[in-house]
Design a protein around this ligand. Structure first.
Ligand code: CU
Length: 151
């Protein structure tokens, strides 16, 4: 009896794999990242903000669950909020780019926070940041260290 249960569990597992939408592209393939840049830090800065425009041309939301970068103590997804004229940043669990929509990572809004800088990057440096999506796919993007947004 135990064997039958095990087998049916196995078949259930297999059928779930077979009927999951494997033909769909990974979120990492679908997302379009434009103008990725990191604010060049003033001397002694402990944290840097990373910015970009994230576009989703598909019919399904794309959800970023994590950002990773080496050379920092930690990397978080942040949202700046303005409450009672107090600016503060809160960590968010995920960053959702709506279907056929876009989200701008920018000052005063959503951004990637790089905290605990090991080596201060200079303007012109390229800083790879890996985005991890809710389907576990991931994409590494080179963020250009810059003193400001240049269109
Ligand atoms: Cu922040």
């Amino acid at each position: 009896m135990k064997k039958i249960v095990t087998l049916s569990t196995l078949f259930l597992g297999l059928s779930l794999v077979m009927f999951s939408p494997l033909s769909m592209a990974d979120q990492s393939d679908d997302i379009v990242v434009e103008m990725p840049w990191v604010g060049a830090p003033p001397p002694g800065a402990l944290a840097l903000g990373a910015f970009a425009v994230l576009k989703n041309p598909t019919d399904e939301a794309i959800v970023i669950q994590q950002a990773k970068a080496s050379g920092f103590d930690s990397v978080q997804l942040h949202e700046s909020i303005n409450k009672n004229n107090m600016h503060r940043m809160v960590e968010i669990k995920e960053l959702r780019v709506p279907a056929k929509g876009q989200v701008a990572l920018k000052h005063g809004s959503y951004h990637i926070m790089l905290m605990g800088v090991h080596h201060q990057p200079k303007p012109g440096d390229s800083l790879p940041i890996t985005l991890v999506f809710s389907d576990h796919s991931h994409k590494t993007i080179e963020f250009k260290v810059s003193k400001g947004m240049h269109h």
